[in-house]
Design a protein around this ligand. Structure first.
Ligand SMILES: NC(=O)c1ccc[n+]([C@@H]2O[C@H](COP(=O)([O-])OP(=O)(O)OC[C@H]3O[C@@H](n4cnc5c(N)ncnc54)[C@H](O)[C@@H]3O)[C@@H](O)[C@H]2O)c1
Length: 333
């Protein structure tokens, strides 16, 4: 019988692209559990929602009874549900970040303690490292999370590790670097720049824009998570795996590339004051992931950006609706 894979947060950016990838490239049955917060968008799954190997459960990973029932039906869990926006954690408070990213992870872990499964993959984040002390950052790099978001991801990450050590559960911790691609909420920097440029609005850059990140195209991330599901368990259980490209690019350079790709004037770049809690530089080591699973990122930044820009150009109704919602919820709060 085909494996049944639970993907939490399925209506979000990375998980919806990952689900589409699993349905297209594997025989797995996929179950998605999503609370449909402001970041969850069923439009992200619209083209696969009626797929015979996908079932969708509207619910919260903090609901222990529901989680127990859903976990009883699956072989593999990919926990990708999270409060994921660094700036929101800084500006609006950390409470939801703590309950979803730490307590939600604990509830899932306790569910597999009660009923073991084949493997549990926690989608952590490279943000747990903080600013790079060395370059590239390997999995031994110290954890110095700099924002409430990053601290809650580090909490979930280390909690998952403790369940591997303490209870011998089959847990793998994955630290993807910055993803970009179709269906990413326009609050995140690359889609924000693209949608600002398409609207002829200024591309707002905090500080001088020198902060750089290792940018991973979302389909490459989907292939990486699939490779971790398929790797021999004894090779990956208890391991932390970076998912990165090994190449970095600054935020200012991205603003320029977006404007060039859309044929818009570079004068649309606008600098704002620096914000607290930001990470300066991030480049991931790709060595361990390649050694343990054979995976390597395949998409160059130029190619990924071209595909991403094309998607936002063709899906204007998708991002305009999110922007309208954002404006109306900001004005009613
Ligand atoms: N986007 C990135 O660059 C990046 C990089 C590294 C790691 N990550 C991690 O990858 C995962 C996915 O990130 P994303 O950017 O696709 O996020 P996203 O914000 O687009 O999607 C998150 C999804 O989780 C759902 N969700 C939130 N709280 C929930 C809860 N309590 N119960 C059930 N569902 C809930 C939301 O409705 C949404 O559909 C997250 O764990 C994030 O921390 C993201």
């Amino acid at each position: 019988m085909a494996k049944r894979v639970l993907v939490t947060g399925g209506a979000g950016f990375i998980p919806s692209n990952f689900i589409r990838h699993l349905l297209a490239h594997t025989p797995y049955e996929v179950v998605s559990l999503d609370a449909l917060t402001y970041a969850g968008n069923l439009e992200n799954l619209a083209d696969v929602m009626s797929h015979e190997r996908l079932s969708f459960v509207h619910g919260d990973i903090r609901d222990a009874a529901l989680v127990r029932d859903v976990v009883a039906e699956v072989d593999v869990i990919v926990n990708a549900a999270a409060e994921s926006h660094v700036e929101k954690s800084i500006e609006e408070g950390a409470s939801e970040f703590v309950t979803t990213n730490v307590e939600g992870t604990q509830i899932l872990l306790d569910a597999i303690r009660a009923r073991p499964i084949e493997r549990f993959i926690l989608i952590s984040s490279s943000e747990v490292y903080g600013t790079a002390e060395r370059d590239p950052m390997d999995e031994q790099h110290p954890l110095n999370p700099r924002s409430p978001y990053a601290a809650t991801k580090a909490g979930g990450d280390r909690l998952a590790y403790s369940y591997y050590v303490t209870y011998g559960l089959p847990i793998v911790i994955v630290r993807p670097f910055n993803n970009y691609g179709p269906r990413q909420h326009p609050e995140k920097v690359i889609p924000r720049f693209i949608t600002q440029a398409l609207s002829d609005e200024p591309l707002t850059i905090h500080g001088d824009g020198h902060a750089s990140r290792d940018w991973l195209y979302v389909d490459d991330d989907a292939e990486a998570i699939e490779a971790i599901i398929e790797a021999p368990l004894d090779r990956v259980a208890g391991e932390v795996l970076n998912v990165a490209t090994g190449v970095d690019m600054s935020v200012a350079a991205i603003a320029t590339s977006v404007l060039e790709a859309l044929g818009k004037p570079l004068s649309l770049r606008e600098h704002l004051p620096e914000r607290p809690g930001q990470v300066d530089r991030h480049i991931g080591s790709t060595e361990k992931m390649e050694r343990l699973t054979g995976w390597r990122a395949r998409t160059s930044f130029a190619e990924g950006l071209e595909r991403t820009v094309a998607w936002y150009r063709e899906n204007e109704a998708w991002w305009r609706a999110i922007r309208r919602e954002h404006v109306s919820s900001a004005s009613s709060s």
